[in-house]
Design a binder for this molecule. Sequence first.
Ligand code: ZN
Length: 301
Amino acid sequence: MKTAEQHRMKRLIGLVLILVLIPFYLIPRMAYSWGFYAHRNINREAVLALPEPLGDFYKKNIDYITLHATDPDKRRYVDSTEAPHHFIDLDHYGSKSFDKIPHYWSAAVDMYSADTLQKYGTLPWATLEWENKLMLAFKKKDVTEILRASSYLGHYVADAHVPLHTIANYNGQKTEQQGIHALWETAIPQTYGNDYNYNNCKAVYIKNPEEEIWNILRQSYALAPATLKAEKAARSAFMGKDIYLDSQHKKFLPGYIETFNKDLNGMVEKQMRASISDVASFWYTAWVNAGQPDITKIKVQ
Ligand SMILES: [Zn+2]
């Protein structure tokens, strides 16, 4: 009797420990994503990049699609399974990672196990899951689900364009460059985004979304070393000076942001433009693959 009680107690303590430790394990990763400004702009501009008649439907719902671009980030705070959807540490898998990781979820699980994939991020598979959900929503002509799936899909496709979402050193924590993540995806777009040129962003049909999301990640991964190098150069230029505006080290000096942005040579604008075209393309492809349902007959809310 006593043993059974001790056993139960041990299990209870174990459960409490897991519940207490899980959020701490996830916290470092939870705070990162394109900032709200960038996500909302990307979804908004993607609506304008769509061809008719699809564009007309999305334009009627542009406020919803814009506002809900950040829903997956908010969900991370209430759903512990959400965090891995926003990144993939490609460098964990070795230098020839793209040749090794199966592009389909079940094959990837067979090779690495679901636990390992969750630990190092599931961004490509989350994107494909929502691409499929959007296609099914179009087939059903379910307007609520079309809007929800479009918002989520837009978010994940945009996250795939952030170089720091593809490496384990996602916040420069391994190279004494803490803060680089928010600098790249929040401070720079917020400071310079209003002057970015979004002309000529256009949706195209994606023949193979399973390959395309990996192409996007391959390009982002290739930009990660230049991202870290540019910030290192900015840090050297400010050697001995305080680069922070606040004691929590969350806000950077405007001059520091400017130097880092200059060293990046237009990279953030380029990635935002690519995000817009690719978000629109994934939406458009889901509609085409659903058999191009008559969008004019879908009742707008
Ligand atoms: Zn995100």
